[in-house]
Design a protein around this ligand. Sequence first.
Ligand code: 5AD
Ligand code: SF4
Length: 433
Amino acid sequence: MSAKKLFIQTLGCAMNVRDSEHIIAELTQKEDYSLTEDIKEADLILINTCSVREKPVHKLFSEVGGFEKVKKKGAKIGVCGCTASHLGGEIFKRAPYVDFVLGARNISKITQAIKTPKFLGTDINFDESEFAFADFRNSLYKSFINISIGCDKHCTYCIVPHTRGDEVSIPFSIIFKEAQKAVERGAKEIFLLGQNVNNYGKRFSNTHEKMDFPDLLERLSEIENLERIRFTSPHPLHMDDKFLKVFANNEKVCKAMHMPLQSGSSEILKAMKRGYTKEWYLNRAFKLRELCPTASISTDIIVAFPGESEKDFEETMQVIEKIRFEQIFSFKYSKRPLTPAANMPQQVDEATASRRLTQLQTRHNEILDEIVAKHNGAEFDVLFEELRANSAVAGRTNNNFLVQIQGSEELLGQIKRVKITNAKRMVLYGEAV
Ligand code: 5AD
Ligand code: SF4
């Protein structure tokens, strides 16, 4: 029995989920902790934060305030992740009961942080790309694997380069071993993570075997008993023909592409410093639809970036009509510290931002209803991963639609053929065939 209990709350993206797995691994295997879901019995309370938009940052301070009230006597509180990186020591000032602050890209120092009063680890140039983390995974069937850390694109709205530092690829030998180990333990799917995955191999910390992202996909797909490979996020700028062809032709690569558009206006894309035009984006998306008609395309869109006129917004709406995305993550522009866009003139007012967001989401929902309705009667292979209420299990199709059927535990980790009987926007309900 472990002597100490760890409670951890994770906000934000898949990268943070994986960072939390690393933290849990280090603390349960190199220290004497075990996980608890009951915060009141925890000896160590951690929050792994996100700072990509303003809201989660506010959430951080209300959450840690709540921790302080319910924690047992002597329990420690640590703030980790992206907000820890960019607020650093200010967190101690605003919440003096916080015991340590550990930024993204410094999480390998967790075992040191828990033993050092007021530990502050926020160096965004710290290089963890070859650190041998202990091993822990939330899911047996799907394993997240980092292939790069950081991002140096410096899109003008984005704080990530200031919280996760410059992009460094993780050596292939490390990725391959991790993937092999996951599959040996029963993983059917590996999920490759990085800020710009298809820029893989441009920079390593040390001299390593040269490799680009399409080659990485091909090499990983040779692992026996591995069924599915997913990845996020690719950048539209690096979607060359070689990448699209491997995506389309390699049977283990899941046919779900995330293509963050951000805006459909070339002028706004330029102000965002995205590095591509609307025409390039459309060209790549159409090429993808042509090479791989079964692929779903998801995207991220920011409305009301500074200077976005009604005409610019209409161009975004036109791209939506042209591509008919299967999924859109849409956000109102949020002013972030340290980013050039925060000081741009012509910030768009809140009412306009809300109206545009609603308009975009409403139209997307109509398109999605049409797409989804066509799935009634269709059959998909589904990897079941999750138990749901009322004796149901849920999983994903190869092209990333969520499917639910009646069933129990023995379906978890299995890939089964399912016929869709009731296709809804968020879930396709079906029956095993
Ligand atoms: N405001 C709103 N959305 C943002 N994103 C990143 N930075 C901001 C910001 N300042 C969105 C982008 C990105 C996604 C992860 O979050 O769409 O692709
Ligand atoms: Fe942020 Fe742009 Fe890097 Fe994505 S590519 S993490 S949006 S700077």
